[in-house]
Write a protein that binds this ligand. Structure first.
Ligand SMILES: Cc1cc2nc3c(=O)[nH]c(=O)nc-3n(C[C@H](O)[C@H](O)[C@H](O)COP(=O)(O)OP(=O)(O)OC[C@H]3O[C@@H](n4cnc5c(N)ncnc54)[C@H](O)[C@@H]3O)c2cc1C
Length: 538
């Protein structure tokens, strides 16, 4: 029997309020109010509550747990993802996947864990005046979070989807490596993106948030922070809207929050959007700017044998070969594979009618590879700008420059070559103008990929790594928060999430966010209590 730690915790008396069940307006008070309960919010909640501070966590998504996670896309996407997994950039060219639940995106992520590469940290210091984030200074925070979240090299053999990546690269003489994952007793099911049904994934839902609640924190779910109230250089409160049972519409009940300090951890896109909605001071127009996506393109391949890319640890092999080269003038990219579940693969493959049916019949033999572009390190890669729709909801405008298109084209070719090297019968770059049945040789693919029109909405592009928009740094003209995460224009507002990165990470970002939040929240705890709690020191 699988024990549900959330049900157990609730039964033991955790202070959880469900916004959808509120019948009258409510005012809540705390030492520290944390907006969002994902990677940044969860880590902050544990550290601040264990430092003896009264912590309130406000989350717009629902509180779901392993009992609810049935490995079904139809349930997971509407319940656990922003905009029911339908979020897109303003021109609809890039689909954006982000979580929306207690535990944030960590509830649905695929558990791949990398430290921030040294050269990214160096770049921040040199180009964005970020202090205290050298590789040496970050090492203890990564070690601390790796231990806390059981991050370790994946020991089981890779599933066939990952093996194909490994075999193809080996054939081409390109190095690949095994991924580290934040799991404990993983059943190797492959449904991480729908919420872990066995609680093996060490998401915030089953680690830091229970620890915070055990230390006396209060959690309010299905409650959206609509506005931060500013008075001169202070935040004086939060205006929140309780949501109805659907979790999407305001129920009409209001929640007011009063705290001494406020930690914004709504994730990239949502954190800067809340600042914009709140008309936060923004003299240099930095809020929401430089939002990055690790934009992803993909190539599917028909393999001779069954791949069953829906089964087994989603990501266990990667290669940084194409981003470690000296690509001063070229966009670099990381190679990985995605899990392929029926709804996701139908969307990626596109098509309809007979073509779609014929592709889906071959689904068990389909492999897919993705390239994650390293955006934010070049003058032609300045990221996107978060804006607000008329109703105040966020929208990301992300221009795709020639520099990025060149990266996508080279990535399609590298992926196709790798798949053919691994024995693919056919490869299909995810582009509307590639033939439905794909290309049957590397020579054909190389020639034809060079002819594909590089246009938004013709290439199928996606992102699951949203970063930036509240960049940190010591220069207020180029950043939103300082190197400790404090908003430049309010003494008691802090941003501890993936929005604080000045560029993309060039590696899957969760461990970078855990490390950042652990460092920043420990700094805040020390500032507020005057001591470094032993359990929190790195
Ligand atoms: C399918 C998928 C797979 C991924 N796989 C990996 C992986 O394998 N490895 C990896 O490193 N990364 C992965 N990621 C990305 C990673 O999980 C995220 O980058 C990370 O969780 C972001 O942390 P965060 O704290 O910035 O925001 P989130 O974790 O997104 O948390 C933000 C939370 O704030 C809430 N919120 C936002 N605005 C408000 C508001 N106004 N009021 C109240 N609540 C609000 C949101 O609902 C959300 O729950 C994946 C992402 C996806 C979508």
């Amino acid at each position: 029997m699988i024990i549900d730690p959330i049900k157990q915790g609730l039964a033991s008396g955790w202070d959880h309020r469900d916004g959808a069940l509120l019948t009258e307006d409510l005012t809540l008070e705390a030492d520290v109010a944390i907006i969002g309960s994902g990677a940044g919010g969860g880590v902050s909640a544990e550290i601040l509550s264990q430092a003896g501070l009264k912590v309130l966590i406000i989350e717009e998504g629902p509180l779901k747990s392993s009992t609810d996670f049935k490995m079904m896309e139809k349930d997971a996407y509407p319940a656990l993802y922003q905009e029911s997994a339908g979020r897109q950039t303003a021109d609809k060219a890039i689909s954006i996947f982000q979580g929306r639940a207690v535990g944030g995106t960590t509830v649905v992520n695929w558990t791949t864990s990398f430290r921030t590469p040294d050269r990214t940290l160096d770049y921040w210091k040199e180009n964005f005046a970020v202090e205290g984030f050298s590789a040496q200074e970050m090492l203890p925070w990564f070690l601390k979070m790796e231990q806390r979240l059981n991050i370790d090299t994946w020991k089981a053999p890779p599933n066939e989807n990952n093996s194909i990546l490994q075999r193809g690269l080996t054939k081409l003489g390109i190095p690949s490596h095994t991924i580290r994952r934040n799991v404990l007793g993983c059943w190797n099911l492959g449904y991480c993106g729908m919420g872990c049904p066995t609680n093996a994934k060490q998401s915030m839902l089953v680690t830091t948030l229970p620890a915070a609640l055990n230390s006396g924190a209060t959690l309010i779910s299905r409650c959206r922070v609509e506005k931060i109230q500013f008075k001169s250089d202070q935040v004086v409160g939060l205006d929140c809207l309780a949501l109805d049972a659907s979790g999407n519409r305001p129920s009409g009940t209001k929640v007011t929050v009063k705290a001494k300090h406020y930690v914004l951890a709504g994730g990239a896109i949502n954190s800067p959007a809340l600042l914009l909605r709140s008309k936060a001071a923004d003299p240099n127009k930095t809020i929401g700017a430089r939002t990055f996506l690790h934009p992803v393109n993909a190539v599917a391949a028909e393999m001779p044998k069954r791949v069953e890319a829906y089964s087994g640890a989603p990501q266990s092999i990667y290669s940084d070969y194409f981003q470690q080269q000296d690509h001063a003038q070229e966009m670099g990219f990381k190679l990985e594979v995605p899990p392929l579940h029926p709804v996701l693969i139908s969307i990626i493959l596109g098509e309809f009618g007979e073509h779609h049916a014929s592709l889906m019949q071959r689904y068990p033999r389909v492999h897919a590879m993705i390239a994650l572009l390293r955006d934010g390190f070049h003058e032609q890669s300045q990221g996107g700008q978060v804006k607000l729709r008329d109703d105040g909801s966020p929208l990301l405008d992300y221009p795709i420059t020639d520099y990025l298109w060149d990266g996508f084209r080279r990535a399609w070719k590298s992926m196709a070559e790798t798949q053919f090297a691994a024995g693919a019968h056919r490869v299909i770059p995810m582009h509307l103008d590639s033939p439905v049945m794909g290309y049957s040789s590397w020579q054909e693919a190389r020639r034809e990929i060079d002819e594909l029109p590089l246009q938004a909405l013709r290439a199928r592009l996606l992102s699951a790594h949203v970063m930036g928009g509240c960049a940190m740094g010591e220069d207020p003209k180029r950043s939103v928060v300082n190197s400790q995460g404090r908003f430049h224009h309010a003494d008691n507002l802090w941003v501890f999430d993936g929005s604080a990165f000045p560029t993309s990470i060039s590696a899957n970002p969760q461990l970078s966010i855990y490390g950042l939040a652990a460092k920043q929240a420990s700094g805040l705890a020390q500032r507020l209590t005057g001591t470094i709690p032993v359990s929190q020191s790195a």
